[in-house]
Design a protein around this ligand. Structure first.
Ligand code: URA
Length: 192
């Protein structure tokens, strides 16, 4: 159950990010949305706003994600949004391999609970994690080539379509990527 996942992450003292979480008064970010959704978005790790509120994608990157969802008329409440790493890395640095290793199994359990038909990965960390998990490692390409493509994975609960996407925060720094993201989001629309 999702509540069990949450309780275990909340008390994950073995995490290298646990001390930073406590000293900064942050919360872990488990995920948010419709547990019956066919569509699951997987980002990287909580940023400042997310760790302060316990909600995924509620800061600047979240505003862009909201705009992208609106552009294809998918209500945010109809999808499930989470991250690989559930605690904020200091200074929003990239997640370390040992952080992905400790939080990855919780994401795996969330995927098993949701049984999504579509997994949209946001950014290269979640793309690499998900493609490795579903034995598509040999098909991994740079995000600049992989974005907007679809990959089919066979799972214990049926086939899942994986759609790698740029991270919405990339559009903050490179404005033209927002149009690319909007184009790629149209792929998702065909599944909902
Ligand atoms: N970036 C992410 O990868 N995840 C969030 O929840 C917020 C920003």
């Amino acid at each position: 159950m999702m509540r069990q996942v949450k309780e275990e992450v909340v008390s994950l003292k073995d995490s290298p990010l646990y001390g930073y979480r406590v000293e900064s008064g942050n919360s872990p970010v488990i995920g948010e949305g419709d547990h019956d959704s066919k569509v699951m978005f997987i980002g990287e790790a909580p940023g400042k706003n997310e760790a302060a509120s316990g909600r995924p994608f509620c800061g600047a990157a979240g505003k862009i994600l909201d705009e992208l969802l609106e552009s294809v008329h998918i209500p945010r409440s109809d999808v499930y949004i989470t991250n690989i790493v559930k605690d904020r890395p200091p200074q929003n640095r990239d997640p370390l391999p040992e952080e992905i290793e400790i939080y990855g199994p919780f994401l795996d359990r969330q995927i098993d609970i949701l049984k999504p038909k579509v997994i949209a990965t946001l950014g290269r960390y979640s793309m690499v994690y998900i493609m490795k998990k579903f034995e598509l490692e040999t098909e991994i390409e740079p995000i600049g080539r992989a974005h907007g493509k679809t990959y089919t994975a066979k799972t214990s609960f049926g086939s899942v379509t994986i759609v790698p996407l740029y991270h919405p925060a990339a559009a903050i720094y490179t404005a033209s990527l927002k149009d690319t993201l909007k184009e790629d989001f149209k792929v998702l629309k065909t599944f909902v």
